[in-house]
Ligand binder design. Structure first.
Ligand SMILES: NC(=O)c1ccc[n+]([C@@H]2O[C@H](COP(=O)([O-])OP(=O)(O)OC[C@H]3O[C@@H](n4cnc5c(N)ncnc54)[C@H](O)[C@@H]3O)[C@@H](O)[C@H]2O)c1
Length: 357
């Protein structure tokens, strides 16, 4: 029987980077390279650099955020690693939010067929979700995470001290993935959630939210590490719709963060669940309170696409099977339905119910 409170051995609450230092002393990597973006170079590197060995090299990306997650940036880093002469015993440290850890882990998993990878998430979203579970990836052809791999990082150092410089909007952004974990996990988790607002959360509540999320995600990932038997798919709750919204935002230069897209995607998926006769645990109005909670905890400021635009993008989702669009619905809190087939009318009805004309 698995322990639901288990924290994976490669994830460390590592305020003084003792685990990272210990690994480096033990394994003596032939080179150490840190990748980061401009913001994490400014705000996070000063906390980390005293703990890095002499000779560490730094690759700062000129972009910040999502535009970094491209094959072009991966190519540029592969080039730099060639220039540095990293061999298979080198260590690539990714210091940043989910975009940097997704990109850095992707580069580490492909360069020389895999070099050592250590992730240091610096956003709440990175700590509660993106750095855990072994998925790496870059966006491609305007679609999210189109190219990617699975790779277990040698270590993941979570230091909640980084959250001190994160703007409130980014805290709310990360909160969305924490909400997702609670919705798919348990009724009690949702009841506790409704009293918490990320904008006013104390450091201790954020830390406990991070650990809860890591435990819930790990519990699910362990059942299906490579997303082969479908169990892991429940982590995709809100994501098929959210990713389509994000791709639409990228195409239309709308100001939308990943967690915000997922928050809206979850609200649509909750409404779709209520509209399904095969989700008897979700009668009409069942998710009303939590949907309002999500809208207030993770507000979005950009316009939302119409159902037709969203549907066109959802049809390209990599998790579809045989061209049929599948999303995760909820038959009550803690009861995800991983392979619910949906059609345009169903999506349209849910969006109309959420955004009455
Ligand atoms: N691999 C996975 O399983 C997984 C899961 C969820 C999300 N993701 C990915 O995560 C990405 C989103 O990650 P994100 O929300 O962390 O975005 P992000 O990496 O773009 O970071 C958000 C912003 O915060 C800045 N920043 C980072 N740390 C900071 C700090 N401590 N202080 C001040 N500013 C800081 C960044 O420079 C950026 O501008 C998406 O691309 C998504 O697809 C991956």
């Amino acid at each position: 029987m698995k322990d639901p409170h288990f924290i994976p051995p490669n994830v460390h609450l590592d305020r003084s980077f003792a685990q990272l230092r210990g690994w480096i002393e033990d394994k003596r990597p032939t080179s150490v390279v840190v990748i980061m973006d401009r913001m994490t170079e400014r705000h996070c590197l000063p906390l980390l650099s005293p703990h890095l060995p002499p000779g560490t090299q730094f690759l700062g990306l000129s972009q910040i955020g999502e535009p970094n997650k491209t094959l072009e940036h991966a190519h540029a880093i592969w080039d730099s690693l060639d220039g540095i002469g990293m061999d298979r015993h080198g260590l690539l440290i990714s210091l940043g939010g989910g975009t940097i850890t997704d990109l850095g882990a992707f580069v580490a998993s492909t360069y020389l067929r895999g070099v050592n990878s250590w992730l240091i998430p610096t956003t709440l979203l990175g700590m509660v979700d993106a750095s855990v579970g072994g998925k790496t990836g870059v966006n491609f052809n305007g679609l999210k995470n189109r190219i990617g791999t699975f790779q277990t990082a040698q270590g993941i150092s979570i230091n909640p001290g980084f959250l001190g410089t994160l703007p409130p909007r980014e805290i709310a952004n990360g909160w969305a993935e924490h909400v997702k974990h609670r919705l798919i996990h348990s009724v009690q988790g949702v009841q506790d959630l409704l009293g918490m607002q990320p904008a006013h959360a104390e450091a201790a509540s954020l830390e406990s939210a991070i650990l809860d999320s890591v435990r819930i995600k790990q519990h699910i990932v362990e059942e299906d590490p490579l997303e082969q038997n479908g169990n892991r798919k429940v982590l995709n709750f809100g994501h098929t719709i959210g990713h389509a919204f994000e791709s639409w935002a990228m195409d239309n230069e709308a100001d939308l963060k990943h967690g915000e897209a997922i928050a809206w995607g979850m609200r649509v998926a909750l409404k779709m669940s209520e509209l399904r006769p095969d989700c008897p645990g979700a009668p009409a109005g069942h998710f009303e309170e939590v949907s309002h909670y999500i809208a207030s905890a993770v507000p979005i400021s950009c316009p939302v696409p119409d159902a037709a635009a969203l549907w066109a993008l959802m049809q390209s989702d990599k998790k579809n099977v045989g061209g049929r669009v599948q999303v995760v619905l909820l038959n009550g809190f803690g009861c995800p339905v991983p392979h619910a087939e949906v059609d345009f009318e169903h999506l349209n009805a849910a969006i109309n119910a959420l955004t009455p004309a």
